[in-house]
Design a protein around this ligand. Structure first.
Ligand code: NAD
Length: 450
């Protein structure tokens, strides 16, 4: 995490004052201070002492910035032996934030995305799209959205006339992502699309083309790539502190119960455990290693007679071979108790994240041999809301006209790999991934996550 600028404490002020007196004593003797403002800043009366003039912002409050786009820095009080507090947030004024329309008001939108928009610094909710007028009316009243900024799937295209909407965030069943991306791009809006990007690579390519033709940005919502524990693990892997990576184990599993849900219908979901949750193992492994697999080998199974798995698969287990020689062994299951973790095995130690793909609660640890001992270390990192970070990154890309870190090509690459995984499971043999299907260096610059 980035540290704020160095603070100037009141103790420092005492050190530079001419007489070795306490600050309290100095205030008493001079009577020159007037406490000012609800934020606790301090100002001087007319007869300004030059020493104080240099340091006037620093007493009590740290440093008040001269310009509105500079950070407020508060007075330091913790010792260096405790974790430094996060820098003071720098939210943009609400009317300057990028406006989002959220399409689909299901679990993810109502439980995570819309509440996270309220915490964003660069993004805000300005419109809703839903097939249920009653639900949308309720949500609109909860989040102060005007009736004229609420659209049905049929009236969705009118969103082009809504100047407040800059981004359309698609949170619909996977089989509907393409249609709403293409329609949204034609309306001239930037698109943030939930994972998996679509059901086929043809759909992914159509979405990329539609956004390119309309000159709007397209980002796939891979929140893990903006999550601090996963980013820290990637940094540790790249530092090679434990030598080269040799092997990676990743697993993302959960338990389903409703065979009528769209997740169990092939047309709407595209597949079962693999595109829904196994995708995290695939995408995060590529992100951590920073290379693309050249070959996959998979096994797939569904319990016969289980109505949950008549259209989509229950489990997939697969291996991926990378150019560096690393092999990743991944698994995903729709019918076991929740378990989400991965471990990166290096020459001199390993790195591990439990709850790696969860919305919160990530736990990063590492271990290495030290003579007869094995040293274990837990790495404590403050949690941040992953949806907030991801949306603010996309808003940043729009404000600064940058390419997103996880653009459409990132979703396409995963789709190519998932199709190869299914093919391998069907044929019972490894499938090679031909290079050049996705342009190299398709990512935007590393996100500035504040
Ligand atoms: P959900 O079932 O809770 O919500 C889906 C919404 O789509 C509902 O409001 C539903 O009414 C609407 N809908 C419109 N047409 C529909 C149709 N024909 N059939 C079914 N629903 C229809 O699903 P969700 O869990 O919110 O998932 C939505 C998307 O978000 C999916 O693409 C999913 O993969 C993705 N997702 C991502 C994460 C993440 O962490 N990034 C987590 C969960 C879901």
């Amino acid at each position: 995490m980035k540290e704020g600028p160095e603070l100037h404490s009141s103790a420092e002020f005492e050190n530079i004052s001419v007489n070795p007196i306490t600050r309290k004593g100095f205030l008493f003797m001079t009577g020159k201070y007037v406490a000012a403002g609800a934020m606790g800043s301090a100002v001087m009366s007319g007869t300004t002492n030059s020493v104080y003039a240099q340091k006037k912002d620093t007493v009590n409050t740290g440093r008040l910035p001269a310009k509105p786009d500079e950070q407020i820095v508060l007075e330091k009080w913790k010792s260096e032996y405790d974790q430094a507090s996060a820098p003071v947030p720098m939210p943009m004024p609400p009317d300057k934030r990028v406006g989002y329309a959220v399409v689909g008001l299901g679990h993810l939108s109502l439980e995570e995305i819309i509440p996270a928009l309220n915490m964003c610094k660069k993004s805000r909710l300005v419109a809703l799209v839903s097939g249920s007028p009653e639900k949308m009316k309720k949500v609109a009243s909860q989040y102060a959205i005007q009736a004229e900024s609420c659209y049905s799937y049929e009236t969705f295209d009118q969103i082009k006339n809504n100047k407040e909407v800059e981004v359309i965030y698609i949170v619909l069943p996977n089989g509907m992502h393409k249609e709403f991306t293409v329609r949204g791009a034609r309306a001239g809006k930037h698109i943030l699309c939930e994972k998996p990007m679509a059901n086929t690579q043809e759909e992914c390519r159509e979405m990329i083309d539609a956004c390119n033709n309309a000159k709007v940005k397209l980002m796939v919502a891979y929140r893990i790539q903006y999550q601090p524990h996963n980013r820290k693990l990637r940094e540790l892997v790249q530092s090679k502190e434990f030598g080269n990576v040799k092997f990676l184990e990743a697993s993302n599993c959960q338990s389903s119960a409703n065979p009528d849900h769209w997740r169990h219908k092939k047309k709407l979901a595209g597949g079962g455990a693999l595109p829904d949750i196994g995708l995290y193992c695939l995408n995060t492994t590529r992100f951590v290693l920073g290379e693309e697999p050249t070959e996959v080998f998979a096994y797939q199974y569904s319990t016969p007679g289980n109505p949950l798995f008549t259209e989509v698969e229950e489990m997939v287990s697969w291996q991926m071979k990378f150019p560096s020689g690393v092999v990743a062994s991944c698994s995903t299951h729709y019918n076991v108790h929740e378990s989400r973790h991965y471990r990166v095995l290096c020459e001199k130690g390993w790195l591990n994240i439990d709850k790696a793909y969860a919305y919160k609660g990530q736990s990063l640890s590492r271990a290495k041999a030290d003579g007869k001992l094995e040293l274990h270390e837990n790495i404590g990192i403050a949690e941040v809301n992953q949806f907030m970070t991801e949306m603010d990154h996309f808003s940043d890309c729009i404000i600064q006209n940058k390419r997103p870190y996880t653009p459409g090509e990132e979703g396409l690459q995963d789709q190519i790999l998932m199709e190869a995984i299914y093919q391998s499971a069907r044929e019972g043999k490894p499938v090679k991934i031909s290079a050049g299907k996705v342009p190299a260096n398709f990512r935007g610059p590393e996100p500035e996550l504040g």
